[in-house]
Structures are given as structure tokens and as C-alpha cells.
Design a protein around this ligand. Structure first.
Ligand SMILES: [Zn+2]
Ligand SMILES: [Zn+2]
Length: 95
């Protein structure tokens, strides 16, 4: 099952399960479409693989199969300076 990570790894943008602009690689590295097209050139900066649009899990399935609340936020991985995230985001960085 997909994790459905809650944020873009590059810019920290919120990507809820219903987000139409979430993109993932085969390892589920998760980015927003804007970062993929403007910064990443369509390639995952972590594994070099392609990124595709993340399927949207139907809301009726989310109760039993909830999205992950652990995001990965690694702005340096895509060449960005980090910015602080709000308290509502449960992001974890990878070192
Ligand atoms: Zn982004
Ligand atoms: Zn990847």
C-alpha cells in the first residue's frame, strides 16, 4: 500500500491524499508537481528514477487505510534552502 506521504520533500507543500499535484517515484519519494517540473526535471533527486502522478485514494477507503502522517522533508536534496515548517506538519528530515 502506498504511504501517501503528506508533504512535498522539496518545498514542504502539503500534499493530502486528495492532492491532484502529488508525484511519486518507485520508492515513494514524494514531490509536488511544481517542484518536479521546475526543479527536478521529472527525475527523483534521491534515486534518479522517474516520477509519476500519485493515484488518489478514494475518501471511502481512507478511514481503514489512512495516509501516512510521516513526511520526508529534505530541501537540500533538491537544491533548496530549508525553511521552517509549521507545527502542524509532522515532517521528519533525512540526513
Ligand atoms: Zn514541492
Ligand atoms: Zn526516489
Amino acid at each position: 500500500m502506498l504511504e501517501l506521504r503528506p508533504i512535498c520533500e522539496c518545498c514542504g507543500k502539503a500534499l493530502p491524499p486528495s492532492a491532484p499535484d502529488a508525484m511519486i517515484c518507485s520508492f515513494e519519494c514524494t514531490f509536488c508537481r511544481e517542484c518536479v517540473s521546475e526543479r527536478l526535471g521529472g527525475r527523483c533527486p534521491n534515486c534518479g528514477g522517474g516520477l509519476v502522478a500519485r493515484p488518489i485514494r478514494p475518501a471511502s477507503k481512507l478511514a481503514a487505510n489512512p495516509a501516512s502522517n510521516h513526511g520526508v522533508y529534505n530541501p537540500k536534496g533538491c537544491g533548496r534552502e530549508g525553511r521552517p515548517l509549521g507545527d502542524t506538519t509532522q515532517a521528519i528530515g533525512i540526513v
